[in-house]
Ligand binder design. Structure first.
Ligand code: SAM
Ligand code: SF4
Length: 333
């Protein structure tokens, strides 16, 4: 329910989508995201409380934000997610609340999340062999993710998406099994290109398997893919369908085909820093504003400043690009 002018940046992009990180903690250690050891998590008192998240959501909705995604770190390691969803779904103007999860704790929480009103679920899964899962996640847990997917389906979640990061020298054996699994299970698989947001700063361009390459591999083994009309012009994935009509598959080509031109996303980190891009070097401190008694109007101004400073593109393909200090788990993917 927008009461104010929408959040428009200097390139005319209207921001209607907010990604809220609820924690920087996680129960696995994907090498493309977190460090293996000595992770410096934020102390609890630095994280936004549910009341602060609700206030920020309410202010965002007054500026035209209508979709929320809860992410992290792993959102389900923070207790009380169903309660938070219940709070946020009541905010006038919020039409959809989604969550991105690694699925490890989903089996026990799926039913409560569904009942609380979670509208969409994205589950990350990079491998179907235990050996490869462990190599990527640096923890065990494939069985639990698969049980989480089954639970999510059985409690009634529809249109579940599976997020897969594919990397050279690692994922080649997983691509076809994952594509077949998704088709059989009626899941919408989406491949995300590996971005330079790993905490250990080991990312190299050669490790990225492009969406184009993935499509070729899948077409050779499973069958022809044809593009599907975009359901949402701001969606990051380009979707394809199989010629036999059985299933859809999407490609988020963030590195080889950046979608910045249609990006309508704003982010807030678990400790309340507003960001206009995953690759942004600047943050706007909403936590400090809220904890020092700033008015809604002052927080609106902070959000507008953030959005107005948004660059045209993430610039990972430009010569001066520097790997950001903050890794994916600290921002909220
Ligand atoms: N823990 C949850 C999960 O893994 O689904 C939510 C947070 S995670 C940071 C959100 C998404 O970001 C996941 O799908 C993950 O695969 C993806 N991701 C993390 N690091 C990435 C990277 N360097 N490049 C591309 N995607 C990445
Ligand atoms: Fe955890 Fe998600 Fe990062 Fe993997 S991608 S380490 S599951 S936050």
């Amino acid at each position: 329910m927008a009461l104010h002018e929408p959040l428009i940046d200097s390139f005319g992009r209207i921001h209607t989508n907010l990604r809220i990180s609820v924690t920087d903690r996680c129960n696995i250690r994907c090498f493309y995201c977190m460090p293996l050891e000595n992770v410096q998590f934020k102390p609890r008192n630095e994280l936004l409380t549910f009341e602060e998240i609700e206030r920020f959501t309410r202010i965002s909705a007054s500026l035209g934000i209508n979709k929320i995604r809860l992410t992290g770190g792993e959102p389900l390691v923070r207790s009380g997610m169903p309660a938070l969803i219940r709070q946020l779904i009541k905010v006038p103007g919020i039409e959809e609340i989604a969550m991105t999860t690694n699925g490890l704790l989903l089996e026990e929480h799926a039913s409560d999340l569904f009942d609380a009103g979670l509208t969409r679920l994205n589950i990350s899964l990079d491998a179907l062999s235990e050996e490869m899962f462990e190599k990527i996640a640096r923890r065990k847990g494939l069985d639990r993710v698969l049980a989480g997917i089954a639970a999510a389906k059985s409690v009634g979640f529809k249109h579940i998406k599976i997020n897969t990061v594919a990397m050279t020298g690692i994922s080649e054996t997983e691509i076809i099994p994952l594509a077949k699994f998704a088709r059989e299970q009626d899941l919408h698989l989406r491949f995300i290109e590996f971005m330079p947001l790993d905490a250990e700063h080991n990312w190299e361009n050669e490790q990225v398997i492009s969406g184009q390459k993935l499509r070729e591999i899948i077409e050779q083994s499973i069958g022809e893919l044809s593009p599907v009309k975009q359901a949402d012009p701001n969606q990051p994935s380009v979707d394809y369908q199989y010629a036999d009509g059985k299933g859809k598959i999407g490609f988020i080509d963030s590195v080889t085909q950046p979608f910045c031109v249609s990006c309508n996303r704003l982010r807030i980190t678990a400790e309340g820093q507003i960001r206009n891009c995953l690759f942004s070097e600047i943050e706007w401190d909403a936590r400090e504003a809220m904890r020092t008694g700033k008015s809604d109007q002052e927080i609106i101004q902070l959000m507008r400043d953030c959005v107005l400073a948004k660059k045209k593109g993430h610039g990972t393909d430009t010569p001066g690009f520097a790997h950001p200090d903050r890794a994916m788990y600290q921002i909220g993917g």
